[in-house]
Design a protein around this ligand. Structure first.
Ligand code: ATP
Ligand code: ZN
Length: 286
């Protein structure tokens, strides 16, 4: 029997689709049918395990799986002895502290002595310690955002991407504790032949990342917010800015990553950008 590298990915949830997609785009075919615990790749010596994301760091530490795809937030919370071998550019989110919208909030010192509900007690307590704030951490496993509304906590610390869940629950984001994305992790003591296979896989992933799912984006932007808008749009070197014939407005052109653009577009609209066009890029030579 041919020896295989074992990879753990999320069974279902936010990272499942992109984890499967990245492997498939690397030219690795496997059957990802529902209710499967594992699948064998057809054209690469790889075995895929479908697991809960929370369990992946432990499985990789123990060597049950050699490598895994998991959110950095989960990895840092579990604090397992594994190494990050690549950042994958999807599953982007932030772990943030939020308080009820109506509450005045100036600085983190206001959290002193307060009750904060979270599913990330480890990361949160390390953050608060660094900020020299003593707060009561209430660990809850789900629906953290309803905790202030039902009187369970004064604040929460939870994952945010667009912020709409916070908004719907009458909360506002006040501190970013961690910026996270999906990462590839590996066991710290991989056998030589496994390392060779991992390198092969990472080589393919990097080729994909470089080609990227980039889009060309152009929009009309009010000059008053131009600086903030440019900050959101790094571009290949930096965005192109051209004046419009109407005073006070500019046309801004840039390149954005597909994984980010919905989030960016939301922020651009909030900054007054109009007539946003998103165009596919056929070839990108850097
Ligand atoms: P599981 O059943 O595997 O335990 P889960 O419910 O813990 O799943 P998901 O909600 O599927 O987890 O989220 C998986 C990961 O997706 C998160 O740990 C995080 O890294 C990432 N993620 C990206 N955006 C968000 C978001 N807005 N909210 C929550 N997680 C997000
Ligand atoms: Zn989970």
């Amino acid at each position: 029997m041919k020896q295989k590298l074992k990879i753990a990915i999320q069974k279902s949830g936010r990272l499942n689709d992109d984890s499967i997609r990245i492997l498939k785009e690397c030219g690795i075919g496997f059957n990802d049918g529902m209710n499967k615990l594992k699948a064998e790749a057809m054209n690469f010596p790889l075995e895929v395990f479908f697991l809960r994301d929370d369990d992946i760091p432990q499985y990789v530490e123990d060597g049950v799986a050699d490598i895994g795809i998991v959110g950095e937030n989960v990895l840092l919370e579990k604090n397992k002895d594994v190494k990050i071998v690549d950042r994958l550019g999807f599953g982007k989110c932030r772990l943030s502290i939020a308080v009820p919208k109506g509450r005045k909030y100036k600085s983190i010192t206001e959290l002193e002595g307060q009750r904060i509900a979270t599913s990330y007690p480890g990361i949160l307590s390390r953050f608060l310690k660094k900020q020299k704030v003593n707060a009561e951490i209430h660990e809850i496993s789900g629906s953290v955002e309803i905790a202030p509304g039902i009187g369970l906590a004064d604040a929460i610390c939870d994952l945010v991407s667009s912020g709409s869940t916070l908004f719907m629950n009458g909360l506002k984001e006040t501190e970013v504790v961690l910026k996270s994305e999906a990462v590839m992790i590996a066991n710290t003591q991989l056998a030589e032949w496994k390392t060779v296979l991992l390198e092969k896989l990472l080589f393919r992933i990097n080729a994909l990342k470089r080609a990227g799912n980039n889009k060309y984006i152009l929009m009309n932007a009010p000059d008053t917010n131009l600086e903030k808008i440019i900050k959101l749009l790094p571009g290949m070197r930096s965005p192109t800015v051209l004046p419009l014939s109407e005073e006070g407005w500019s046309s801004v052109h840039s390149v954005v990553n597909e994984n980010e653009f919905w989030e960016i577009i939301e922020q651009l609209k909030n900054l007054g950008a109009e007539g946003i066009l998103v165009i596919p890029i056929e070839k990108m030579i850097v």
